[in-house]
Design a protein around this ligand. Structure first.
Ligand SMILES: NC(=O)c1ccc[n+]([C@@H]2O[C@H](COP(=O)([O-])OP(=O)(O)OC[C@H]3O[C@@H](n4cnc5c(N)ncnc54)[C@H](OP(=O)(O)O)[C@@H]3O)[C@@H](O)[C@H]2O)c1
Length: 260
């Protein structure tokens, strides 16, 4: 039986590298995407050796148009790929007024534009085949403007919305879409963003995060929040959003806005 191939972005370290290990352990072939080719090659060699799977390395800076196009093309044309783990992302340092055009541009290019374009590249082919999965890595920060990682949080709110919309449109066509919302997890993301976590509350180990994410994946949950300890909070939150929508009356302003 031929096993399907999983393409993972941001696979050179952190959450993406653990996803690579877990999917290889399940017998899947892999395509690993990130910028650091040497790290990808080292991981690929270990996984081939440990799990006897095929692992391709596809180095790409997903903020660069020509690199992004190569990964899009691979997703469009490689019929063995039936799962996309849309994981590559960066965080932000500093308050909103400290952001620069460059920092905003890079954050949105990777966390929003690349993620959306890669999902959009693979989805039509998966729909044609009537099966497949797309995992989009969001964050609990996307639910929490209070955390003051405003632009980062906005990109992650975008990813959650995108995933929920994709789920609405694609689940009836056989495609599983999962939004994954980690909270603080020990990876390089903090150091890369210049954030000191030495005094922060304890975070989750990355193995625990990915293993929990895969429990949600296997259950075909549309939204998986491994650090959320109350089973009813998310369904209640979603139900209250839907209840709000039931009170939207398109044709008329609400009484509180009528002056006369
Ligand atoms: N760690 C957390 O606390 C946490 C919490 C919530 C959500 N998340 C989300 O989880 C995802 C993974 O984060 P992580 O914590 O594993 O971060 P990480 O350890 O910093 O890893 C990020 C990965 O993305 C790749 N990457 C960065 N810039 C890239 C670019 N321009 N093009 C292609 N690949 C790029 C990096 O590889 P190269 O440097 O080799 O390119 C690396 O493989 C992100 O979307 C993040 O927002 C993380």
């Amino acid at each position: 039986m031929s096993v399907s191939t999983v393409l993972i972005t941001g696979a050179s370290t952190g959450i993406g590298a653990i996803y690579a290990d877990r999917f290889a352990r399940r017998g899947h072939d892999l395509v690993l995407v990130a910028r650091d080719e040497a790290r990808l090659e080292a991981l690929a060699a270990r996984l081939r050796q440990a799990y006897s799977v095929n692992v391709d390395v596809l180095p790409a800076d997903l903020t660069q148009a020509d690199n992004l196009e190569v990964v899009e093309k691979r997703l469009q044309e490689d019929a063995r790929i039936d799962t996309l783990i849309n994981n590559a992302g960066i965080a932000q340092t500093g308050q909103f007024i400290e952001q620069t055009p460059e920092s905003i541009g890079k954050l949105i290019a990777l966390n929003v534009t690349a993620l959306t374009r890669l999902a959009s590249a693979v989805a039509p082919r998966l729909v044609k085949e009537g099966k497949g999965a797309i995992v989009n890595v969001s964050s609990v920060v996307g639910l929490a403007p209070e955390y003051q990682m405003t632009v980062y949080g906005a990109t992650k709110a975008f990813v959650l919305f995108l995933s929920q919309g994709m789920h609405q449109e694609l689940s009836s066509k056989g495609i599983y879409v999962q939004a994954l919302l980690p909270a603080g997890t020990y990876t390089e993301i903090w150091e890369r963003a210049g954030i000191d976590i030495s005094n922060s509350s304890p975070m989750m180990e990355v193995n625990e995060l990915v293993d929990a994410a895969l429990v949600g994946f296997d259950r075909r949950e549309p939204v998986t929040i491994p650090p959320l300890h109350n089973d009813t909070s998310w369904p209640n939150f979603d139900a209250s959003r839907q209840a709000l929508l039931a009170h939207i009356k398109m044709s008329e302003a609400a009484v509180r806005y009528k002056t006369a």
